[in-house]
Design a protein around this ligand. Structure first.
Ligand code: URA
Length: 239
């Protein structure tokens, strides 16, 4: 990575400010003054600004209980976004999205590669939702969701598992994240979504003791669990 980019990513200053510091000879790499902003630094290089060692910023992973009524975006010209609940950290962005009227587990991170892995249909990371619906839930509809329903854009959306939660709600697991996917799947079998809550991503479950609007930082072990911990479950029987 370029030295100026490394320094600005590490929070030393803006790109313009760090270029100035470098040109003024105030930056060393492995003890040697470097005055070229485009100088390439690697993982093992020791970078110092006026004798102060600069480290790469830690990647941040946040588990957020998204409340309904907020847009999943870093900024929006018309509505309040989820960012109002989160710490003001540079480079933070949501992993995928939950609709404005949906609630539940949302991951927020500074790690683009991690986000890509969670979202990518190839990785098959499970997303589990509780869906309250209007309309009659029948075993035939659940079977259609399991086999796959054709959405208007030609996408065949399949539930990995789907089961009755109670008379008005069902529990569905999907591995893709198409726009309004769950609502569109419900509509395809004649059910209207009234409430949508995401309760799990991979092996990470929305904690029972959290309330909408709360967040907490994830441990390394929990980050791994997101990617590795799909819960293999059979569909439970109808209540
Ligand atoms: N499916 C939807 O329809 N909406 C969401 O927010 C998430 C999945």
């Amino acid at each position: 990575m370029r030295l100026d980019r490394f320094l600005s990513n590490s929070g030393v200053g803006t790109r313009k400010e760090v270029k100035k510091l470098i040109r003024e000879g105030r930056v060393t790499v492995n003890g040697v003054v470097v005055t070229s902003p485009s100088f390439k630094v690697g993982e093992l290089d020791v970078v110092e600004v006026e004798g102060r060692k600069i480290t790469k910023p830690e990647k941040v992973y946040i588990l957020f209980y998204k409340p309904a009524g907020y847009v999943t975006s870093t900024e929006d010209p018309h509505s309040e976004t989820i960012m109002k609940f989160l710490p003001p950290l540079k480079g933070l962005f949501p992993v995928g999205r939950l609709d404005k009227d949906a609630e539940g587990l949302l991951l927020v991170t500074t790690d683009g590669e991690f986000a890509h892995r969670v979202i990518s249909p190839k990785r098959g990371v499970e997303k589990e939702y509780l869906v309250e619906v209007e309309g009659e839930i029948t075993e035939e509809k659940l079977e259609r969701l399991r086999k796959g329903v054709l959405l208007k854009d030609g996408f065949l959306a399949k539930a990995k598992t789907v089961s009755w939660e109670n008379k008005k709600s069902l529990r569905i697991v999907v591995t893709e994240g198409k726009y309004h996917q769950v609502k569109r799947m419900m509509a395809a079998v004649g059910l209207r979504t009234i409430k949508l809550k995401r309760i799990r991503i991979g092996g990470l479950v929305l904690p029972q003791d959290m309330s909408p609007g709360e967040f907490r930082f994830l441990s390394e072990e929990e980050v791994k669990r997101v990617l590795e911990g799909n819960l293999e479950k059979e569909d439970p029987p109808r209540p």
